[in-house]
Ligand binder design. Structure first.
Ligand SMILES: NC(=O)c1ccc[n+]([C@@H]2O[C@H](COP(=O)([O-])OP(=O)(O)OC[C@H]3O[C@@H](n4cnc5c(N)ncnc54)[C@H](O)[C@@H]3O)[C@@H](O)[C@H]2O)c1
Length: 373
């Protein structure tokens, strides 16, 4: 197959990075992975996961380090920037060190060294929508500004009249980040579009919904309903469901995300744009927990804990029309993702109960709380 150039994938040893590397190698690209193999995503041994494709070059390094970026960027034609600090733990500054400063360093080096990078794709998140877009019978389309969850009043209300609202699909024209992760992710988007434009570096930001599939690290069980519910069920426990479990989410398979990454890498029409990458329809968390219980064969009814993650959003379902117009379509269902994940994790050696440990730590750090009366 003809060589299409060299693509650097930061965070390339991670979940989406691995699948993106496979997608690009198969399409005839040379691939270089740049990753610091940090815990809790990785096991702390400094070893690259066995599922990382052997045909990809590997650079061990940190996106917070200029010299590491310089080494990683030598001779590359494009960058897919996935490395990130994630989850909602309250070490706020770390989100900005890794996600914001790491991205600024990437652009700084491209400009300072006049690197011939022809495209940068940045991973953003559906989380940048914050509380999202709703319809109020009296006030029309509204954008609630956060929630008061006391007494378990989980749903947001109209910011104008205080009345009930119904969720609408999330559109790329909007952003209202409400937590440390999404504020830092939004800063990456803004840099990609603005600095990219100012300095003539074609850049695209992708707002992924909840991405699912094999290789999503079971060691990092601070987020990700699929890994947390699967680990809990396989340990013989019910899936811990936050709030009342009626929150809506959309789920997208990681192979569909890898295809989206390649599509915007190759499409000039995507330059300086922001796109949602989602599953196209919403499911309640309770529906999703029932699916995991069925596929794991445990059929354990979920446990609604009544707790909430500080800074979490209520309903998040992305509108995917904009990326569909570029020719992308999600092809796999949440059931496919759960089946693929459960099959993979059954073959992994789980040396401890990561899901239980993460819950304890989140409570200790105040990231997970009970709604007070
Ligand atoms: N998985 C999802 O559901 C989801 C949803 C929305 C957005 N995203 C975004 O997609 C990207 C990839 O997510 P993922 O699910 O593959 O995560 P992941 O944790 O599996 O992979 C991230 C990789 O980045 C590496 N990394 C972290 N800090 C680094 C640093 N300072 N220097 C170098 N490497 C570093 C990690 O070692 C890891 O291999 C992230 O930017 C994330 O914010 C993911």
């Amino acid at each position: 197959m003809a060589n299409k150039g060299r693509v650097l994938i930061s965070g390339g040893a991670g979940f989406i990075g691995t699948h993106t590397a496979h997608e690009l190698l198969q399409a005839g690209y040379q691939v270089r992975l740049f990753d610091n193999l940090c815990p809790p995503v990785h096991d702390g041994s400094g070893q690259w996961p066995v599922w990382v494709p052997a045909a990809a070059e590997r650079v061990l390094g940190d996106v917070c380090n200029r010299e590491d970026w310089r080494q990683a960027l030598a001779g590359v034609d494009a960058v897919i920037h996935l490395a990130a600090y994630q989850d909602l733990l309250p070490n706020f500054s770390r989100f900005f060190e890794v996600n914001s400063v790491g991205t600024a360093l990437l652009y700084e080096l491209i400009v300072a060294e006049k690197l011939p990078v022809k495209k940068v794709v940045v991973a953003s998140s559906q989380f940048v929508y914050g509380e999202g877009r709703y319809e109020c019978a009296k006030d029309g389309v509204v954008f609630p500004n956060g929630r008061n969850v006391s007494g378990g009043r989980w749903d947001p209300v109209c910011p104008q009249c205080g009345g009930a609202v119904t969720p609408l699909p999330l559109l790329e024209t909007h952003a209202n980040p409400k937590n440390q992760y999404s504020i830092a992710k939004y800063s990456q988007e803004l840099m990609a579009v603005a600095l990219g434009r100012n300095y003539g570096i074609p850049s695209v930001a992708l707002r992924y919904s909840i991405v699912q599939g094999p290789y999503q690290s079971f060691r990092n069980a601070y987020s990700g309903v699929l890994r947390v519910f699967t680990l809990s069920n396989l340990a013989g426990r019910p899936a811990p469901v936050f709030e009342d479990g009626r929150q809506l989410r959309d789920y997208v398979n990681v192979t569909d995300v890898a295809r989206a990454n390649r599509l915007v890498l190759e499409s000039d029409a995507a330059d300086f744009e922001v796109f949602n990458v989602g599953g196209g329809r919403g499911y309640t968390v309770l529906e999703f927990a029932a699916l995991v219980a069925e596929v794991t064969g445990t059929n354990l009814a979920p446990q609604v804990t009544g707790e909430y993650r500080v800074g979490d959003t209520r309903h998040s379902v992305s509108d995917i029309t904009k990326l569909q117009k570029l020719g992308w379509q999600p092809t796999k269902t949440p059931r496919d993702s759960v089946q693929d994940y459960v099959k993979w994790i059954r073959g992994e050696k789980l040396d401890k109960d990561y899901a239980a440990e993460a819950l304890v730590k989140m409570r200790q750090m105040g990231a997970l709380r009970k709604a007070t009366a």
